[in-house]
Design a protein around this ligand. Structure first.
Ligand SMILES: Cc1cc2nc3c(=O)[nH]c(=O)nc-3n(C[C@H](O)[C@H](O)[C@H](O)COP(=O)(O)OP(=O)(O)OC[C@H]3O[C@@H](n4cnc5c(N)ncnc54)[C@H](O)[C@@H]3O)c2cc1C
Length: 367
């Protein structure tokens, strides 16, 4: 490692931007990360932190190749960032119980082919009253706000410069290269630029042609507080989930809403999420949530992120559009992009993540 000598400027200090910064720095680059806010306060803060696709057998190869690659490196990668930062992201292999309906034969076959431990068993063994369920033993989680702090701390320890409050308002292009970005805190130049601005990657002036490729998808969450270990594992049913944290907090999520950049929360989502939560854990029926929030996922057709050199600008790269799985995919995406930048053969095929154009049939709303 240590072969990169260029200066990189990354737009966006979420999980994807910081993971990319850490990997490039590990390979010898000098990296600055700009964020219009503090960094780690958008989707990376708002998410559930489940470290796998919810039902991987429902996704295509491109999603699973990247998420499996990233999942495989996640524990060691995270331990390295925790050691550098001195902080704890609360990584926990809590397992996930999938309640009916689920495609049992498909799921069991997929798990067998991908080395996932999976059992069908009476859900009641883990959760009183639960029906026959699919038990995925290896599903892990991290606690998003803590993960964001870990990545930020590790980045600072690695000498990465993070500039908060710097919104990129334009890319300045000269002879097919980005020469600098204009920000609310002044202009910044670098040898190469990486856009990792989450749901906003397609609305940065100069990149508006990506708006159909990367777009916001709102997700609302509720947070409850019960005694630790009230809920023994993640529970998933009909696309909604409960996630137990170590200290007894339980997240109930999440909605999938196409409302542009509107980050408000709604009473109807609160009612629906609480009804779902109470159906799993009756103790949540009359308990007021301690918090209700929404975040904007960087949506993409078929959940396939864009991790590639921009075809029109020689020194511009995109690492964005991870939609529902940007935390899961962060280390793998960083590794893939760093390999592409260095000209190293990547461990997984890079082509699926290089499709800048959106086919008409995909124009937006696949999940
Ligand atoms: C409710 C919900 C539940 C989720 N659950 C999971 C889950 O269980 N597992 C999982 O893996 N993923 C989950 N996700 C998805 C995951 O959180 C995202 O895919 C991931 O956080 C995306 O990271 P990011 O760094 O690309 O974007 P973000 O975290 O949104 O970061 C983008 C950054 O770019 C900055 N920025 C934007 N525009 C500019 C600009 N012009 N100039 C400067 N800075 C700019 C923003 O301030 C922000 O800090 C969930 C998301 C939500 C909302």
């Amino acid at each position: 490692m240590g072969g990169l000598s260029a200066d990189f400027l990354i737009v966006g200090a979420g999980a994807v931007g910081l993971a990319t910064a850490l990997e490039l720095t590990r390979r010898g680059a000098r990296v600055t990360v700009l964020d219009r806010a503090a960094g780690g306060t958008e989707s990376t803060w708002a998410g559930g932190g489940i470290l796998s696709p919810l039902l991987p057998w429902q996704y295509g190869d491109a999603v699973n190749a990247l998420s499996e690659y990233s999942r495989g490196m996640f524990p060691e990668w995270l331990a390295r960032q925790e050691a550098m930062s001195g902080l704890d992201a609360e990584y926990l292999t809590s397992g996930m119980l999938v309640l009916p309906p689920f495609q049992q034969a498909l799921a069991v076959d997929w798990c067998a082919r991908h080395g996932w431990r999976c059992e069908t068993r009476p859900g009641a063994e883990l959760l009183p009253g639960a029906a026959e369920a699919l038990w995925l033993l290896d599903v892990a989680q991290a606690r998003n706000p803590r993960l964001a702090q870990v990545l930020r701390g590790a980045a600072e320890a690695a000498g990465i410069r993070i500039v908060a409050g710097a919104e990129v308002t334009a890319l300045v292009v000269e002879r097919n290269r980005v020469s600098r970005v204009v920000t609310t805190r002044g202009d910044c130049s670098a040898d190469a630029f990486i856009v990792a601005a989450g749901a906003w990657s397609g609305v940065i002036p100069g990149l508006d042609h990506l708006a159909a490729r990367i777009f916001p998808v709102r997700g609302q969450m509720l947070l409850f507080k019960l005694a630790p270990e009230t809920l023994p594992c993640i529970v998933l049913q009909n696309g909604a989930y409960l996630i137990p944290r170590k200290d007894g907090h339980i997240l109930a999520g999440s909605t999938l809403e196409y409302r542009g950049f509107d980050k408000s929360t709604t009473d109807s989502a609160r009612r629906d999420l609480q009804a779902f939560a109470a159906g799993i854990l009756p103790a949540l029926r009359d308990l007021a949530p301690t918090r209700h929030w929404s975040g904007l996922r960087p949506g993409s057709p078929d959940n396939i992120p864009l991790i590639a050199a921009h075809p029109d600008y020689a020194n511009l790269y995109i690492n964005s559009g991870h939609f529902r799985y940007g935390v899961t995919m962060a280390p793998g995406s960083a590794m893939l992009l760093a390999d592409l930048i260095e000209g190293e053969p990547p461990a997984i095929a890079a082509e699926p993540y290089a499709a800048f154009a959106v086919e008409a049939s995909q124009s937006g709303l696949l999940v």
